[in-house]
Design a protein around this ligand. Structure first.
Ligand code: HEC
Ligand code: HEC
Ligand code: HEC
Ligand code: HEC
Ligand code: HEC
Length: 194
């Protein structure tokens, strides 16, 4: 994939976004959103609202799902369900048909599997809660990493031993920048910021 130059990026941003255009600052092109993020941080510090990154409570999902069983026991590859990780910015979540395809045959009468059938009857997807959530001013691309052979576990921990996914690795700027620096991957601000 061709990444745009700063000039074309600036044109793109100013012509296709509904948000205010990028502003030019010394040292590079920093988006309004990033500047806004900085402002929020400064304000937060000003009122003494220090964010505490302690142990987050486990994320509750609308139904039981075990990565340990499906990866460890059944032997499915991560990308069997997260099919777009190699091709796209997002990894994607499996559609209901993926679950239903097996569970019409496997444990079809299990209480734990019942929400799959119920969702199908109502023609509604299962509303999985988001586990990872980068701030909106950060740009991320799964395919760039997966195609370079970076393992899922580097950024997600040992999901194969988890039930529903939990946040094990903190996606701080330092985490990203350290690896980019070690692997001669791009380090300019616009690589990761809009
Ligand atoms: C270099 C780090 C990195 C690697 C490698 C990586 N991920 Fe991610 N993943 C992230 C980050 C960061 C997010 C959060 C993105 C956001 O909030 O915009 C994320 C989000 C996700 C999500 C939820 C959002 C989405 O993209 O659908 C899934 C599912 C996921 N990753 C699965 C995987 C799988 C499966 C692999 C391996 C094939 C993988 N990831 C490899 C960093 C990584
Ligand atoms: C490739 C086939 C396959 C796919 C796809 C699949 N499963 Fe499963 N699932 C299994 C197998 C095999 C078991 C283990 C059954 C056993 O222990 O006897 C299982 C177990 C389960 C269980 C526990 C059932 C019980 O009674 O203990 C739940 C819940 C479940 N799966 C939900 C899902 C959901 C949700 C999806 C979609 C995101 C999904 N499965 C996709 C094959 C599959
Ligand atoms: C049978 C399908 C299936 C397989 C195989 C599977 N996953 Fe998942 N994955 C799911 C489902 C369903 C969810 C949503 C529930 C949850 O968060 O656990 C999910 C959620 C995730 C999330 C959290 C997404 C978010 O909201 O940020 C990550 C990360 C993830 N999986 C990584 C992996 C990795 C790594 C593997 C391989 C070791 C893997 N998954 C294998 C079905 C699967
Ligand atoms: C394990 C090492 C590693 C980690 C951790 C990592 N990256 Fe990367 N990243 C790379 C490598 C290697 C490339 C590929 C560079 C290339 O193809 O030239 C890359 C490429 C990218 C690209 C595409 C850049 C381009 O110009 O093609 C983006 C965007 C990116 N990373 C953002 C992030 C963000 C955001 C994080 C943290 C959430 C992160 N990366 C964490 C190693 C890593
Ligand atoms: C390899 C990816 C990457 C690069 C390169 C990068 N950042 Fe970040 N940056 C991130 C991620 C990821 C976050 C979000 C961290 C979080 O949510 O805790 C972030 C957050 C920030 C924040 C919000 C405050 C904070 O620290 O959480 C600012 C400001 C920022 N970056 C500025 C910059 C500037 C200026 C540059 C260029 C010198 C830059 N970043 C380069 C990934 C990157």
């Amino acid at each position: 994939m061709e990444w745009p130059t700063l000039a074309t990026l600036a044109t793109h941003l100013t012509t296709t976004r509904t948000e205010p255009p990028v502003s030019q600052v010394p040292g590079g092109l920093v988006s309004v959103r990033l500047v806004a993020a900085l402002a929020v941080l400064v304000t937060a510090a000003g009122v003494g609202a220090v964010l505490a990154f302690g142990d987050a409570p486990p994320i509750e999902q609308p139904m039981s799902f075990s990565h340990r069983i499906h990866v460890g026991q059944v032997g499915l590859d991560c990308q069997f369900c997260h099919t777009s990780a190699r091709r796209s910015t997002v990894a994607g979540l499996p559609p209901l048909t993926t679950c239903r395809g097996c569970h019409l045959e496997v444990r079809p009468d299990s209480e734990l599997v019942a929400p799959i059938h119920a969702a199908w009857e109502q023609q509604k997807p299962i509303e999985w809660m988001q586990v990872h959530d980068l701030p909106e001013y950060v740009r991320f691309d799964h395919s760039a990493h997966v195609n370079r052979g970076v393992d899922c576990s580097t950024c997600h921990g040992d999901v194969a031993s988890m039930e529903t996914a939990q946040r094990e690795v903190t996606h701080s700027m330092g985490f990203c920048v350290q690896c980019h620096s070690d692997n001669a991957a791009p380090l300019d601000c616009t690589t990761c910021h809009y």
